[in-house]
Design a protein around this ligand. Structure first.
Ligand SMILES: Cc1ncc(COP(=O)(O)O)c(C=O)c1O
Length: 428
């Protein structure tokens, strides 16, 4: 596939050449991969870093004096330092490795629940959260008698306190004197909306509320500076930012992490164990029970270094060009409606296809559309995208979602638009 975009500072073909999977055929057609919000593809460097750990180092970390164990420990801690620097955390020990965003939020919810939740306390989330940033809080709410509150969102899929129904004009209305935790996504996986998290964190901070940002969809597309954001906790997954699956991060502000109790117990997270009492290891190990996903950590470090080799703002601009092109081209299709039209978005486009304006013909189910696109080698996601309450808010059972990465091209967008048009003709 050739991009029609001008090769300037950002050379999409040079980037594409680094992703072996892009040479694969699906149903005999060149793969067009637009499911990056679910999991992004991996550049060769990341695949190699992970496999060469197994081929040349494979040993457990922090537990041996032998050479391979030392090498594994050094590689793991180098990755931690890369991530610290990438998100501008103050200390490397504020970077905790988990198995992904879901595990990071579960760790935070369970530990914070034990630390501070009392009956009647409130946890505030938004109406566009992924189930991973809803259900863990519901579980702790049940345990401690706390209440989950939801920030409503506008028809465009934005959090605008001044326009939200029920929030009469300012952030005062969002928070109550029982709010203890604000847990909100940086970017919506379904709508692509970039939330005004910095402003919300500032408001929460004034009231002594702990803030957790679900950064699963931000980390590959936006600069993330946890000190500038001012958040207490920030969660993300490796596999959504060109890294391996099964590895993620929970960043936490040192002072808060020191106060939070461990969630899981086992090896590595202890200082001294007796049958009477156990004392815990220092940060970050207090929160890293058991053998970590060492190869995944090394792969994630390499993915971040790979991204850092590029001008990240040029990558983001490229993805926004794809979004703009897709939006304009898709809206030409009669009955096509975009769900999520925020002013500030990343390269995610969710849509439904209603019946045509002429009245003859009917709506097209996202599942049928996704299946027909797949036959043309085009991978999109269909369904509720783990945001069922958001689907209910928009009165739809699901959407078709295309989510772009830096290796996608305008020509691929054109292929998808042609595929959608073809499917509409067949199905109406
Ligand atoms: C916004 C958001 N939060 C959390 C998650 C969960 O991430 P993981 O499955 O990697 O734990 C996702 C995954 O799609 C997501 O998009």
């Amino acid at each position: 596939m050739n991009s029609t975009a001008v090769k300037s500072a950002f050379d999409v073909e040079e980037i594409r050449a680094q992703f072996p999977i892009l040479k694969e055929l699906v149903h005999g057609k060149p793969l067009v991969y637009f499911d990056n919000a679910a999991t992004s593809q991996k550049p060769r460097r990341v695949i190699k870093a992970e496999s060469s750990y197994y081929a040349t180092i494979n040993a457990n970390v922090h537990r041996g004096v032998h050479t391979l164990s030392t090498k594994a420990t050094e590689a793991q801690e180098a990755a931690r330092e890369t991530i610290r620097q990438h998100i501008n955390a103050k200390h490397a020990h504020e970077v905790i490795f988990t198995s992904g965003t879901t595990a990071s939020i579960n760790l935070a919810a369970n530990s914070l629940g034990q630390l501070l939740l009392k009956k009647g306390d409130e946890i505030l989330v938004s109406g566009m959260e992924h189930h991973a940033n809803i259900v863990p809080w519901q579980l702790v709410c049940e345990r401690y008698g706390a209440v989950l509150k939801v920030i409503p969102i506008t028809d465009s899929g934005e959090i605008e306190p001044q326009r939200c129904e029920g929030a009469k004009g300012n952030a005062e209305e969002l928070f109550s004197d029982r709010t203890r935790i604000l847990a909100i996504s940086h970017v919506s996986n379904t709508l692509g909306t970039i939330n005004p998290v910095k402003e919300l964190i500032a408001e929460a901070k004034k009231r002594g509320i702990i803030t957790l940002i679900d950064g699963a969809q931000a980390i590959a597309h936006l600069p993330v500076d946890v000190q500038d954001l001012g958040c207490d906790l920030y969660a993300f997954s490796g596999h959504k930012c060109y890294g391996p699956t099964g590895i993620g991060v929970l960043y936490g502000r040192e002072e808060l992490l020191e106060r939070m109790p461990p969630w899981q117990g086992g090896g590595e997270m202890i200082d001294q164990v007796t049958f009477e009492k156990t004392t815990y290891a220092k940060l970050p190990f207090k929160f890293e029970a058991g053998t970590p996903h060492i190869a995944g950590i090394i792969g994630l470090g390499e993915a971040i270094r790979w991204m850092q080799d590029y001008d990240l703002s040029a990558m983001a601009k490229h993805e926004l060009d794809l979004l703009e092109h897709a939006t304009t081209q898709l809206l030409v299709i009669d009955g096509l409606r975009i769900i999520g039209t925020a002013k500030e978005k990343v390269g995610v486009i969710s849509f439904v296809i209603d019946g045509p304006s002429t009245g003859s013909g009917h709506a097209i189910h996202h599942y049928d559309l996704g299946t027909l696109l797949d036959q043309q080698g085009i991978a999109v996601r269909t369904g509720h995208h783990c945001t069922q309450p958001l689907m209910e808010r928009f009165g739809v059972s699901g959407t078709t979602r295309a989510s772009f990465a830096c290796f996608n091209t305008i020509a691929e967008v054109d292929a998808m638009v042609a595929g959608v048009k073809k499917a509409v003709k067949m199905l109406r």
